[in-house]
Design a binder for this molecule. Structure first.
Ligand SMILES: [Zn+2]
Length: 329
């Protein structure tokens, strides 16, 4: 007997939703995040604002109050699309506020992470939302540096001599492949997009008393790591800031409004996308959900199964669209 049409489930829809920023204290952070976020620390300084962590809370819609990790567990197909080779949230997106130098650190690649029973390694990139004149980041080691030299310099307290320093300006995009020895230094505010993994090996901390993971960091470190400034690619309707394994980041101009279809561009298969307002504000509206505000530095998740919508600029909107790329797919 043919199934009754009435029993065929309607296609599952999951509307766009905003995520509440989660403020994470760090010794190297800032006490006042204004005007970037309306937030003043009431104790320890805040170093990281997690926009999409598994513990971050959905702020709007029928899933408001739910942790993002829980939403992915319940609705990964609607979020990521039917063909996605994952069920967990693939990208962790943060804004980094550094008042002091972060430790020199290394993240493992997927292969090393798997060796130690971890789900994935961590490749990341930074988009500079702001930078003071003279601001620098440490990305990779100087040419000719050996791991033996690194080991000696960790012991002697002179590792800074071997770090490759990169001047950073507002709008710069810097790729930090897994295995790159790196450190964020004060002077810039960075939008960090990374594989959703919490695995960092601290190699060097300028003599501060925090625990180091020297052996693991040396195992993870790649002397020829792929890292450095990325040149954006201007297209007719957007600028591709970076397009590599794990993520693609685009800057999309909005004059008036744009449809969700036009935001997807050549990505014909709907998948998960994050819309971040680097500056200005916007609004999303469509059938089946309440109009959704996108405030400055706010982030909205666009599920693969989202109904079509319109995004509208409310003045000065710099819209950043972040989508996962699946290696080998
Ligand atoms: Zn890092």
């Amino acid at each position: 007997m043919a199934p009754s049409p009435a029993l065929t489930p309607a296609p599952f829809r999951l509307a766009p939703f905003r995520v509440e920023p989660r403020f994470v204290t760090r010794v190297w952070g800032c006490s006042d995040l204004r005007p970037w976020f309306d937030k003043v620390a009431d104790g320890e300084p805040i170093g990281e604002v997690w926009l999409t962590g598994d513990d971050s809370l959905v702020a709007t819609g029928p899933h408001a109050g739910k942790q993002l990790g829980t939403l992915f567990a319940e609705a990964h197909e609607a979020l990521l699309g039917r063909d996605a080779p994952a069920t967990e949230s693939p990208l962790l997106i943060k804004v980094i506020f550094a008042q002091q130098k972060l430790s020199v650190q290394v993240h493992p690649d997927d292969a090393m992470a798997h060796k130690y029973g971890l789900a994935r390694g961590k490749t990341e990139c930074w988009y500079a939302l702001a930078a003071k004149p003279g601001a620098e980041l440490a990305v990779g080691l100087k040419t000719g540096t050996t791991l033996e030299k690194v080991r000696d310099e960790i012991r002697a307290g002179t590792l800074e001599d071997s770090l490759n320093l990169l001047p950073v300006e507002k709008g710069d995009v810097i790729y930090v492949g897994a295995g790159t020895v790196h450190a964020i230094w004060p002077g810039s505010i960075l939008l960090e997009t990374q594989q959703n993994a919490d695995v960092t090996y601290r190699m060097y901390d300028y003599g501060r008393p925090r625990e180091l993971h020297v052996e693991k960091s040396l195992e993870a470190a790649k002397l020829q790591a792929r890292a450095g400034r990325v040149h954006p690619v201007p297209l007719e309707d957007r600028t591709v800031l970076i397009d590599v394994d794990y993520f693609r980041i685009e800057k999309i101009p909005i004059t008036g409004s744009r449809t969700s279809e036009s935001l997807r561009g050549d990505q014909s298969q709907p998948g998960l996308a994050w819309l971040f307002a680097a500056s200005g504000a916007g609004r999303l509206s469509g059938a089946g959900f309440e109009p959704l505000e996108l405030p400055a530095r706010g982030i909205v998740g666009i599920p693969a199964a989202s109904p079509e919508f319109l995004v509208e600029g409310l003045g000065g909107l710099e819209l950043i669209r972040i989508t996962p790329n699946w290696p080998g797919k």
